[in-house]
Design a protein around this ligand. Structure first.
Ligand SMILES: *Cc1c(COP(=O)(O)O)cnc(C)c1O
Length: 219
């Protein structure tokens, strides 16, 4: 498959899941997760007109994206990986959305960085939806306090994000995140990856994060 075919195949999967859920496929943003892939692999998607991309490391994003933006113009860059507070200013300068806001100290660092830069990337609060000890994201019980802190700090809270436990049916976790978002008055839902686009879209995802189905396996 060419990169164009892969892009079209994901859009077809989004559309086929949106229809029975009575959702408009245009309400689902496909974030192409280009982490580990070189600019040569990214260029064909940009040439095909795709404009939302995600990286999981600030340093890698800094190495790849300024030149690609020069070449192709405006691109919406999403940060999906764990973010250290000492990288907050660099992230705020570079990306348009941060999907991994998961603790109070990071909210404080992001608020300071946004005030200093006069730039406010959209923020998704990452929830450890499967309550897994090794996983990023805040505990479900801690979400109300974090949301209150983010709102008080005038972070633009766009939604919630999750990565469900591996190798189990993800739908119950997507449904739980959607319920928590509804109960919290949050609109965006960043959920769903290459293997579970359909379940995520049918349960309300507004942002799906697809890497390997677009770029092939990572090294
Ligand atoms: C790598 C990554 C993805 C993409 O995963 P694929 O299975 O390759 O589609 C999505 N979300 C996050 C947070 C990631 O780190």
């Amino acid at each position: 498959m060419t990169p164009d075919d892969r892009l079209a195949a994901i859009h077809a999967r989004i559309a086929s899941a949106a229809r029975p859920a009575r959702r408009d496929p245009a309400d689902v943003t496909l974030v192409a997760i280009s982490k580990t892939h070189p600019v040569e692999a990214i260029r064909p998607l940009l040439a095909a007109g795709h404009r939302d991309f995600g990286e999981n490391r600030v340093q890698e994003a800094q190495a790849k994206w300024p030149a690609l933006r020069e070449e192709f113009g405006a691109v919406r860059l999403h940060l999906v990986g764990q973010l250290q507070s000492n990288k907050a200013a660099e992230a705020v300068a570079l990306v348009d959305a941060i999907h991994s806001v998961d603790r109070s100290s990071l909210i404080a660092a992001l608020a300071r960085a946004m005030d200093a830069a006069g730039r406010r990337p959209a923020c998704f609060i990452q929830v450890n939806i499967g309550e897994e000890p090794q996983k990023g994201g805040c505990a479900i019980a801690d979400l109300p306090a974090l949301l209150a802190k983010a709102r008080a700090a005038t972070l633009p809270v766009a939604g919630l994000m999750c990565v469900p436990p591996a190798n189990v049916e993800p739908a119950p976790y997507f449904a739980l995140l959607a319920k928590i978002a509804r109960d919290s008055g949050v609109l965006g839902l960043s959920m769903g990856m290459s293997d579970d686009v359909e379940q995520a879209v049918s349960l309300g995802a507004t942002h799906i994060r697809v890497g390997s189905a677009l770029f092939g396996d990572r090294a």
